[in-house]
Design a protein around this ligand. Structure first.
Ligand SMILES: [Zn+2]
Length: 289
């Protein structure tokens, strides 16, 4: 009898454990299925994402957003603020506040503003982040840029992508930085008219860089000028757009038909089908279509 009781107890324990494990496995499967796909924006300085803030607002409910920042922008207020650490503290806080507006998580890489390099250590740390996040898409800075840190950040993320062998499996895009991106070749134009005010508020989180609201005014002026050019050439199929952001694509990447920009919600009031982010408005080979 004792043996029979022992056997039944062991069986009960095994069955209970089995159910528990299967419940955990099911929950993990459900969580994985319901988890939003991730998009990583990778930039050099705390305020660089202002170039694509409107797009981030349009994306925030559809994707899980992450921002990788190569430096803390510690020289953004001169050498004194760099040496005493005050600028680093200020700009870190500003970036975290801006990212919170779009629900993005910030990842810091602690290179030095004005002295950033895509060195082996930092590229490996960025590669580790890619392995952890497994993003569906990455949006980096355009490689040819007036500011060397921007170009270095672009080299860094490209190297990291190569290190983890993700070149063929992710969507990889470049953002257009106002005034700094050189010979930019846009492939996607995103209308951010509906979120213009949020974009303004996002820029204004960077208080230390926005003396007299100058950075906000310049950035919005540039975004609005781009929209006017789009309207002139009928790029978006309508002259209603007041503010746009543009993105390039890693030429030749075999990503099939998937594109994060084509999955954004259409702006209110648009009668036509979603076509704000139609690809190949411009082509690297042929200029404007
Ligand atoms: Zn910058």
């Amino acid at each position: 009898m004792r043996n029979a009781h022992l056997t039944s107890t062991v069986l009960t324990v095994i069955l209970t454990a089995g159910f528990a494990f299967s419940a955990i496995a099911q929950r993990q499967t459900n969580e994985a299925a319901s988890r939003k796909e991730r998009v990583l924006f990778f930039v050099a300085h705390p305020d660089d994402t202002i170039a694509c803030a409107g797009t981030m607002f349009l994306m925030k409910d559809r994707f899980e957003l992450h921002v990788g920042v190569l430096t803390h922008g510690e020289r953004g207020l001169g050498e004194k603020g760099y040496r005493d650490g005050s600028t680093k503290a200020t700009r870190t806080k500003e970036e975290e506040a801006a990212a919170a507006m779009v629900g993005a998580t910030v990842h810091w890489f602690d290179e030095i503003d004005g002295d950033a390099y895509p060195n082996r250590d930092v590229c490996r740390r960025v590669a580790d982040l890619l392995l952890e996040l497994k993003p569906r898409a990455i949006v980096a800075m355009w490689p040819l840029d007036f500011h060397q840190d921007h170009a270095m950040s672009s080299a860094c993320i490209q190297k990291a992508i190569g290190l983890v062998g993700m070149r063929e499996v992710i969507e990889f895009y470049f953002m257009e930085e106002s005034y700094d991106s050189r010979t930019f070749m846009p492939a996607y134009t995103v209308d951010v008219t509906e979120v213009m005010e949020q974009k303004r508020a996002f820029i204004r989180q960077h208080v230390s860089q926005n003396t007299g609201d100058r950075m906000c005014a310049l950035e919005m002026f540039d975004a609005e000028m781009r929209a006017q050019r789009c309207a002139t050439f009928n790029v978006l199929g309508s002259a209603r757009s007041k503010c746009v952001e543009r993105f390039a694509q890693w030429d030749g990447k075999p990503q099939g038909s998937r594109c994060i920009f084509s999955e954004l919600p259409p702006p209110k009031g648009w009668k036509q089908d979603w076509s704000m982010a139609k690809p190949s408005v411009w082509t690297p080979e042929g200029g404007m279509k």
